[in-house]
Design a protein around this ligand. Structure first.
Ligand code: NAP
Length: 287
C-alpha cells in the first residue's frame, strides 16, 4: 500500500514558519503585502481569492485587492501592473488567469509590465529565466514549487533519481523539470508526442503527472516503489468530484502518492505567501 503524501501538513509547516518570520518582520516595521488583481467576478477567481485572504490572515501577510472591469483593455491592465511594480507598499502581485478571452492575445505584453521581483506567481519571462538559470530573478510558479516542497517535507531526495514529468506547460511541467534537475534528478519530460508513454513512465522513480487528463495514468505506467506526484485537477462528470491524472486505486505499486484533492493543490497557497514574504525581504534588502 502506497504512503499518502498529504499536502496539509506540508502547508501547515510552511505557514507556521511564515508566521514566525512575519512577526519578526513586523517588529522591524515591514508588513509583507500581496496585491491580488482580478478582472470581473469569475467564481473560481473569487474562491481562490477567498482562500488566499483567509490563509494570508493567519500568517501575517496583508492582501489588498485591485478589482477591474471584465472588459478592461490591455493597456489599462499593463498600466496597473506597472503602477503596482513601482509601489513600495506592495511586495507581491498576483494576476488571476486565465485572462478574459479578449485579452489573451496580449497576455505576454501585459505580463511584461510586472517587475519580476514582485512576480510571486512566476508568470513573467524574468521568473522563467530565473528558474532556467537558477538565479534569483523572480519566482518559480507556485505549483512546481509546491511539488518540490512536498518532496522536501517527506524527505524524498531527487538526487540521482530518474524523474519523469508528464506535461511540459510553462506553468507546471517545464519549470518543475528544471527544479528537479537543479536537485540533481535525471529528468525525462513527456508530452502528447511522446511515442510510448508507459515505457517512459515505468522508468520513473519520481513520476509527476501534470497533463490535465482525468485518470490517464494507471497501473501500466507506474513502476514498483515509485513516488507519484499527481498535479492534475480534473472535474469528473462520472464521479461528480475533482480527480487527478492518476487512477488513485491503481497506484498500489508506488511507494508514495499525493492525493487529489489534498495533495499538491493544498500546498500552492502557502507557497504563494512564502514568495510574498521572500519578495518583501528582497525588496527591503534591495535585491
Ligand atoms: P496544460 O497547459 O494543458 O498542459 C498539459 C501538458 O500535458 C501539455 O504539455 C501536454 O502536452 C501534456 N499532455 C496532455 N495530455 C497528454 C497525454 N495524453 N499524454 C502525454 N502528455 C499529455 O496544463 P497545465 O496548466 O500544465 O496543468 C496540468 C494539470 O495540472 C491540469 O489538470 C491543471 O488543472 C492542474 N494544475 C494544478 C495545479 C495545482 O495547484 N494542483 C495548478 C496548476 C495546474 P503537449 O505540450 O504536447 O500539448
Amino acid at each position: 500500500m502506497a504512503e499518502i503524501l498529504s499536502g496539509k501538513p506540508v502547508a501547515a509547516a510552511l505557514c507556521e514558519a511564515l508566521r514566525e518570520e512575519t512577526e519578526k518582520m513586523k517588529e522591524n516595521g515591514l508588513l509583507p503585502t500581496l496585491c491580488v488583481v482580478r478582472l470581473g467576478e469569475d467564481p473560481s477567481d473569487l474562491a481562490y481569492e477567498k482562500g488566499i485572504m483567509k490563509r494570508a490572515g493567519t500568517v501575517g501577510v496583508q492582501v489588498v485587492n485591485r478589482v477591474l472591469p471584465v472588459d478592461t483593455d490591455a493597456d489599462t491592465l499593463a498600466a496597473v501592473l506597472k503602477e503596482l511594480s513601482e509601489d513600495d507598499s506592495i511586495h507581491g502581485v498576483l494576476l488571476f488567469r486565465p485572462l478574459p478571452k479578449a485579452l489573451r492575445p496580449f497576455e505576454t505584453k501585459i505580463i511584461a509590465a510586472l517587475d519580476p521581483r514582485k512576480d510571486v506567481d512566476g508568470m513573467t519571462d524574468g521568473s522563467a529565466a530565473g528558474v532556467f538559470l537558477r538565479k534569483p530573478l523572480g519566482f518559480a510558479p507556485c505549483t512546481p514549487s509546491a511539488c518540490m516542497e512536498i518532496l522536501r517535507y517527506y524527505d524524498i531526495d531527487p538526487a540521482g533519481k530518474h524523474a519523469v514529468v508528464v506535461g511540459r506547460s510553462p506553468v507546471v511541467g517545464r519549470p518543475l523539470s528544471m527544479l528537479l534537475l537543479h536537485k540533481n534528478a535525471t529528468v525525462t519530460v513527456c508530452h502528447t508526442r511522446t511515442a510510448d508513454l508507459p515505457a517512459m513512465t515505468k522508468q520513473a522513480e519520481i513520476l509527476v503527472a501534470a497533463a490535465g487528463c482525468e485518470g490517464m495514468l494507471g497501473e501500466e505506467h507506474i513502476a514498483p516503489g515509485a513516488v507519484v506526484l499527481d498535479v492534475g485537477v480534473n472535474w469528473s462528470e462520472t464521479l461528480g468530484r475533482y480527480v487527478g491524472d492518476v487512477r488513485f486505486d491503481e497506484a498500489e505499486a508506488a511507494s508514495a502518492v499525493t492525493p487529489v484533492p489534498g495533495g499538491v493543490g493544498a500546498v500552492t497557497t502557502a507557497i504563494l505567501l512564502r514568495n510574498v514574504v521572500q519578495a518583501a525581504k528582497n525588496q527591503q534588502e534591495n535585491i
